[in-house]
Ligand binder design. Structure first.
Ligand code: ZN
Ligand code: ZN
Length: 99
């Protein structure tokens, strides 16, 4: 059985993904970061896997978010969560109080 190891060294959002074979040998190793706009895991330092970079977030983007950012600009994941929480809060505020 293979084992997937994800480590979180030094910087937040930085990481390393390692797949160990049952014999303990490294089967696959890749430096990873999370996409600043959708939190997808992005493999970096690989020529065959394109990814992007957002100057505004100063962080790595996955390929699809990098394409979206060209037309839609920077939308960090945290901003989406904040917007959602704000909408939920407003919705609750607009409910009539029971009793
Ligand atoms: Zn993304
Ligand atoms: Zn951004």
């Amino acid at each position: 059985m293979s084992i997937l190891v994800i480590t979180h060294p030094t910087k937040p959002g930085d990481g390393e993904l390692t797949i160990l074979k049952s014999e303990g040998q490294v089967g696959f190793e890749s430096a990873v970061q999370t996409c600043s706009h959708c939190q997808a895991v992005v493999e970096i330092h690989r020529k065959d896997k394109p990814y992007g970079y957002c100057r505004k977030c100063d962080h790595v983007l996955c390929e699809s978010c990098a394409r979206l950012a060209v037309t839609q600009g920077c939308t960090p994941f945290k901003a989406l969560i904040d917007r959602y929480i704000e909408e939920q809060y407003r919705a609750v505020q607009s409910y009539p109080l029971a009793g």
